[in-house]
Design a protein. Structure first.
Length: 103
């Protein structure tokens, strides 16, 4: 489900089961992240699928990338792997106006 950033961030903050997942490259990740984000690079292909499949499927995942396209793909892959609660950040990190941290 695509959410605009205010709703995405509000839900992530209120959700006690939330995991913020950054699917950008390590280089992108190193330049700034949404606080608390876990990084699994979607470009790793099967490595991404294996890493995501090992995550706790009972949690809610708030997924983002640079523009919202890769994270949308990640949400679709996660859905096929049995994740029921994935939320894509519409517009991605490039349009993010919320808090930013360094990893």
């Amino acid at each position: 489900m695509d959410l605009h950033q205010e709703e995405w961030w509000d839900k992530a903050q209120q959700d006690t089961n939330a995991v913020i997942l950054d699917v950008r490259t390590e280089d992108e990740f190193s330049r700034g992240i949404i606080p608390g984000a876990l990084n699994i690079d979607i470009y790793k292909g099967q490595g991404f699928i294996d890493a995501v499949d090992a995550l706790d499927k009972s949690k809610s995942y708030y997924v983002y990338c640079a523009a919202g396209v890769r994270s949308g793909q990640a949400c679709a892959i996660m859905g096929r792997l049995g994740f029921e609660k994935t939320h894509n950040l519409a517009g991605g990190f490039s349009q993010w106006k919320g808090p930013v941290a360094m990893p």
